[in-house]
Design a protein around this ligand. Structure first.
Ligand code: FE2
Ligand code: FE2
Length: 279
């Protein structure tokens, strides 16, 4: 049995109980250990919601980052105050590259706020662009390639290389994959590599049916034609068994409504406080 808890999201399941912020964090409980996937933005929401869900952050055995952006990694300092020392951290080797958002004529740093030397004092860094099995049946996707379909891009996101500003290639972006009895459960952070690219990569690497898709699908800014295309591809690649979708964070309200129109009861929100179980 696997249990997934949404600890941080843009929306709370119940505002009287849970806090929310722009960001995401999931805890995935496997028979062999607990993995925290992302930490949200502030740390305050992570710590508060974990306590409200009866989830002890000291039980976390491994940490994984979907990518470097502050809304996924900003809660790390707070997490480290509540976690056991020396945990492994799984992420792409490009995690430490500085990342920027360009707004109102200024580049603002929006990546990981801790330096590698800071992290190695607390964590065992396991950076790998290839898929890695964290615990039996729970994997990282590794770097998501190729990217034939549209990506989850923002025109404001940049990196700096040889003193030139370049669009962020989001090489650090990855998801987690749980091998459940009913099929694969894909857990996304922000899907900058693109939802369809992520799913195609998972199908190719793991060679099984995708039963469930969870997390941020980065469809908030896509135009209606692109959304229709995404729906057509999801349908065409599901071989008559549409996956269940539990989407949150950067998916966008409009995209969630359009997906619900297309796929009906298979589509659900996934606010902070959500608990899902898989055999
Ligand atoms: Fe992001
Ligand atoms: Fe995000």
């Amino acid at each position: 049995m696997f249990t997934l808890r949404c600890l941080v999201d843009n929306h709370p399941l119940d505002a009287a109980i849970f806090h929310s912020e722009h960001g995401v964090a999931f805890a995935i409980e496997t028979p062999s250990g607990q993995v925290l996937f992302d930490t949200g933005q502030s740390g305050e929401v992570l710590v508060h919601n974990a306590a409200r869900m009866g989830f002890d952050l000291r039980q976390v055995d491994a940490l994984a980052f979907s990518h470097a952006h502050y809304d996924h990694t900003g809660g790390l300092r707070a997490f480290l105050k509540h976690s056991r020392p020396g945990l492994p951290l799984y992420a792409n080797p490009d995690l430490f590259r500085e990342r920027f958002a360009f707004h109102e004529g200024q580049y603002r740093s929006i990546g990981l706020r801790m330096k590698p030397a800071d992290l190695t004092r607390h964590l065992d860094l396991r950076l790998n662009a290839e898929p890695v099995e964290i615990f039996p049946h729970l994997w990282t996707t590794g770097e998501i390639t190729p990217r034939a379909e549209f990506e989850g891009r923002s025109p404001h996101h940049y990196i700096q290389e040889n003193k030139r500003w370049l669009p962020d290639p989001y090489r650090d972006d990855m998801a987690l994959v749980l091998e459940a009895k009913s099929g694969l459960v894909v857990i996304c952070g922000c899907c900058h590599a693109g939802l369809l690219n992520t799913l195609a990569h998972v199908r190719r690497v793991f060679d099984q049916r995708i039963a469930v898709i969870i997390g941020g699908a980065h469809l908030a800014d896509v135009n209606p034609a692109t959304l229709e295309h995404a729906i057509a591809v999801l349908r065409a690649t599901s071989a008559g068994h549409l996956p269940d979708l539990f989407l949150n964070h950067c998916t966008g309200e409009r995209a969630l409504a359009v997906l619900a129109q297309a796929f009906g009861e298979n589509v659900h929100p996934c606010p902070a406080g959500t608990v899902l179980r898989f055999e």
